[in-house]
Design a protein around this ligand. Sequence first.
Ligand SMILES: Nc1ncnc2c1ncn2[C@@H]1O[C@H](COP(=O)(O)OP(=O)(O)OP(=O)(O)O)[C@@H](O)[C@H]1O
Length: 242
Amino acid sequence: MDNLLTIEHLSKSFTLHNLNKHIPAVEDVSLYLKGGEFVGVTGKSGSGKSTVLKCIYRTYLPNSGHIWYQSERFGRVDLAAASEQVITQLRKLEIGYVSQFLNVMPRTTARELVQNAIVEMGHDREYAEQETVKMLEHFELERSLWDSYPATFSGGEKLRLNIARAMVKRPRLLLLDEPTASLDQSSKLKVKQLIEQLMAQGTTMLGIFHDLEFMENLCDREYRIKDGRFYVAEKAEKLTTS
Ligand SMILES: Nc1ncnc2c1ncn2[C@@H]1O[C@H](COP(=O)(O)OP(=O)(O)OP(=O)(O)O)[C@@H](O)[C@H]1O
């Protein structure tokens, strides 16, 4: 199968002007994802894992390199150079990003947050309501919270809602940035079940997980980003734990 994503020689650095400091977060990283694969990214803290994911989602604009994404709507797109309009459409329709932090919207309830994610993909309200109920039930978010504002939720409740919102869209490409970092065992199991469902539906995933055992039981392949002056992603041997 063709690659859904091909990263070529990606570099991203940050300049902290107040400290007069230059941080080469990612240097010369190349990797690929075939359609339907679940690939894990590992590496020491600070080795640049999140930066790679954020460059793909275009939270960060890379300094150099290409991020070729085979889009359903736009054909082959370089995410490192695409216009903001294309990126906005891709985020709505094709590419999901989930981290351990929930961006709460003011005066938007938990139920609305999930529903809106489905509606912006073009589905009707009735379908969005049904899917929202299924997802909130799956993640065992207390019913009394469904119509409350997430700003007051506990860390675990926010996290479960965040994952529900990203996964309910069933994106073509899902970027998982340590989504299970502070979840208890039962919530992790819920995430695992949904990842397996998404895999069965053909979603391609690139994920960073604190819990390596959790990741290695699920993923097809793994890239290690090496610490040091150069941050090079290399293909690790295919895991055989499944
Ligand atoms: N917005 C930013 N501004 C300045 N420096 C940043 C920024 N984002 C990341 N960095 C720096 O880039 C480097 C890589 O960070 P990144 O978060 O990608 O690492 P990571 O491998 O995901 O780490 P962890 O496992 O601890 O989450 C670090 O030195 C970090 O301090």
